[in-house]
Design a protein around this ligand. Structure first.
Ligand SMILES: [Zn+2]
Length: 436
């Protein structure tokens, strides 16, 4: 209004001014109305959007919860059905003496065969476990030193160095050594096994030993770490020679004062550590086989200290030994007593077919038991048969042989017979009885 105070306006001017002012107020009101309408519309839109989102999340949560409920229901229904269906038990149980081990039912079987993890048996059967690698594991009886070796994927168990066929391959890895249950019942003595649909019970009833019952070793290839081919004919006499070395000498069966074997030779110097004058000879065939055995043993065990201490002993020398150890005892008294020295004329050493081995390290001096380290004793126990020798006075057979357990005394009989004696876990006395 050109800087004019409305109070100074002419009526005409005032009229125009008021007219314009009304128009201004009307425009302002219209603008305000539109702004509010816009705001309301936007708010309505936002609310609709929020409602939509809310709906979406509710649906998603509902779907997720439904899935969880369906899953859990399925799990519990399956579990319930399995529990009540006797044809598919949930677990398989191995009861060994008083100890209980359970595994998933399906894990107990491979095909239709029940398997057992040897680790369940280890302590109950007093076995030592040793593994050369993740694929091979060896169990040795603490009492008898007999051993069995299982190899992953192999159906052959090596029992006392002999191949025994199993109905299915062993499964060996860092955590388990599973073998067919039938194998266990076949190779271990002193246990009873009973089965139900979902369990097996193994009880130790007697002293435990590991045997290779009725194996056919003669068709088996025997491998040595040294080339012993030139000794094969001595270790394994054939034809008329085969049965020549079965002479039974014990407390009931003497050889007499005058008996001297006709083919004595000196025991090879490199394997002998005794007194050559009194006990340094041996039967010619047995001596070759013994040389082969000591050579292979030294190589296989890394124990180069094992040597022959005593081979053939004549009547007079045995009399001196007997008088020193058993002074005053009569022949009849020796027959009813378990001893460790033979009456003169009744010693197997007079046949020239046996030898006492010893570890020449001071801690194994002949007055100390055991005669060598455990690895060497175990090796001999499991391998002597390959060279035609048997452990003549085994532990647990004292009443049969009349002698204390002698881990060092080995008797030559030839491989054919030695394998049969070793696989059956019997003595020469018992073996000769089976031939009658
Ligand atoms: Zn002896």
């Amino acid at each position: 209004m050109n800087g004019q105070n409305p109070g100074n306006m002419t009526p005409e001017q005032r009229k125009i001014y008021e007219q314009k002012h009304r128009e201004y107020l009307a425009r302002k009101a219209a603008y305000e109305k539109k702004r509010q309408a816009d705001m309301q519309r936007r708010e309505a839109e936002e609310a609709a959007k929020r409602a939509k989102m809310k709906k979406f999340w509710i649906s998603a949560v509902c779907v997720a919860v439904s899935f969880i409920i369906i899953g859990l229901s399925a799990f519990f229904v399956t579990k319930y059905l399995r529990d009540v269906d006797p044809s598919t038990p949930k677990t398989f149980t191995y009861r060994i003496n008083d100890e209980k081990n359970s595994v998933a039912y399906s894990d107990a079987f491979h095909g239709n065969l029940i398997f057992i993890n040897m680790r369940f048996l280890r302590d109950a059967l007093s076995l030592t476990e040793s593994a050369s690698d993740n694929e091979t594991v060896k169990y040795t009886s603490r009492a008898t030193k007999s051993s069995v070796v299982f190899k992953d994927g192999s159906s052959t168990a090596i029992v006392r160095g002999m191949n025994v066929n199993m109905p299915a391959p062993a499964k060996v890895n860092a955590d388990e050594c599973s073998v067919p249950l039938d194998t266990v019942s076949y190779i271990f003595t002193g246990i009873t096994i009973s089965k139900t649909a979902s369990s097996v019970r193994i009880e130790r009833t007697d002293s435990v030993d590991i045997l290779a019952k009725s194996t056919d070793t003669l068709s088996m290839v025997i491998e040595f770490s040294t080339d012993l081919s030139e000794y094969e004919q001595y270790m394994n006499p054939q034809g008329t020679e085969r049965d020549k070395y079965l002479k039974l000498v014990n407390k009931e069966n003497g050889v007499g004062e005058d008996y001297v074997p006709d083919n004595l030779v000196n025991i090879t110097e490199s394997v002998f550590a005794g007194n050559a004058d009194t006990s340094g000879k041996m039967d010619a065939c047995a001596e070759k086989a013994l040389y082969a055995m000591v050579t292979e043993l030294r190589k296989a065990t890394g124990n180069g200290y094992i040597s022959v201490l005593s081979g053939y002993r004549d009547y007079d020398y045995q009399r001196k030994v007997f008088n020193r150890n058993m002074n005053g005892m009569t022949l009849e008294q020796t027959k009813t007593t378990v001893t460790d020295t033979a009456y003169p004329g009744y010693s197997e050493h007079q046949t020239g077919l046996c030898a006492d081995l010893w570890d020449t390290r001071p801690q194994y001096s002949p007055t100390v038991n055991p005669f060598t380290d455990e690895a060497t004793a175990t090796w001999l126990k499991n391998n002597a048969w390959k060279f035609g020798f048997i452990l003549r006075f085994p532990s647990g057979k004292e009443q049969v042989t009349g002698y204390s357990y002698e881990s060092w005394h080995f008797r030559f009989v030839g491989r054919y017979h030695a394998q049969k004696i070793a696989s059956a876990g019997i003595t020469l006395e018992e073996y000769i009885d089976t031939l009658k």
